[in-house]
Ligand binder design. Sequence first.
Ligand code: ADP
Length: 477
Amino acid sequence: MNILFVATELAPHAKVGGLADVMAALPQALAKAGHGVSLVVPLHRGLRRSGEFRRTEREIEVPGVEGVKSARVWEGERGGVALFGLERDEFFDREGVYGEGGVDYPDSLVRFQFLARGAVELARYVEPTPDVIQVNDWHVGLVPAYVKALGLPIRTVCTVHNLGYQGEFSHTDFEKLGLPEGVFRPEGLEFYGKMNFLKGAIAMADAVTTVSPSYAQEIQDQERGHGLHEVLRARAKQLTGILNGIDMVEWNPAKDGALKNNFKVGSMAGRVECRAALEKEMGLEPANGKPIFGMVTRMTRDKGVDLAWGEVERLLRRGGRLVVLGAGDPVLEEEGRRLAQLYPKQVAVRLGYDEGLARRIFAGADFFLMPSRSEPCGLTQMYSMRYGCIPVVADVGGLRDTVQEWDKKTEKGTGFRVLPTAEGVAAGVDRALAIWDEPAMMNEIRRNGMSKDWGWGSAVPAYEKVYQSLASKPGRF
Ligand code: ADP
């Protein structure tokens, strides 16, 4: 089958969050399984500079919000996946992917309409014509509408990586999109009088997937549906939750060049050195027999960063340390800065994006704190388990599907799940501190997490099943 992915991110050079990692891994996993797979992304500054894409002579004409403009097609190849970069510098040659300093660029509508329409235009010319276009998150949410409006014989799958971001715009902008009037209706892009790109994609795609089975259930409830629960319920039969994996080659503590020392199950001395190196790098006082908690996160309330800040003083009273890497909400960043200044030897907060440091935190911290209020899948808890850092996570979404609760009796389990509340986080920290005093159990939990296969193996047949279900519908394949 021929599958064309469309997305705004691609690790490592155009990465904001987990979407980038997924785009770097899932298409390749499908290609390895024998499918013809390609990926269209905007030619962001980071991608152009990466050298992975080369400029071609192909130019496509894209009917956009500001009239027809051309996009130069750049091409590359990675792990059997054909990469296409759409070059339009006024839109994509920017420092950020979505914005800068926590603020979105003001022309999101124009940029992302151009990307969606351009990707559909490209799909008409690539050989062979894709059977399926897989649309990832709201930025490319107009793709199903264009495919249908143009009458193309291509199926669309909308994959929701995060329902919290939907792309809402005024209804007055609709006429700029060049779509038939009928698309602005409750079965299409319209949502309570506004345009909502993600809602449009969910409503109009032939199938909908999201990134974990638990999240697929949760988002059909009013409480966790971000306003779209009814839209999702209406599509329940076509909605599938497929758990993300991680790239087990890229994320391997036995080979990771960002670490001071490498380690693996059965040979953990390197991890002890990584821990000491992390303390040093972050300027922390040695933890004196107490654990280090780590976080690598976008700084948002969704991720429960405020809950972590609220726990800091209790944690310190009990001797723990906290190391945080993240960027995002200026208010949460400021609170992190304040705490780090107040407790410079016990709390280290690095504001910004640093993949090497992220890896060193997974490899050096003892526990990974992730009290997300909402978590579609989450990758960092899988990276931390792979690197021997025991997760203390909220009992929601993909965290529930990946972190298995430790059970003393059976000696099974990879971490702890708690409620995403102040009490829940306090309880999680208490449990971590208690287990810390039981080295044999610590080792067992660690080993369990490090030994698991977090790869994409089981996701591939699940996606194939979704594509196959579309094949049985009347149409081209
Ligand atoms: P989300 O996509 O919601 O941000 P995920 O856990 O799915 O969360 O993926 C986050 C990805 O971004 C992981 O690869 C994580 O290591 C990375 N990441 C997040 N914040 C930073 C940061 N400040 N520096 C480096 N990597 C980061």
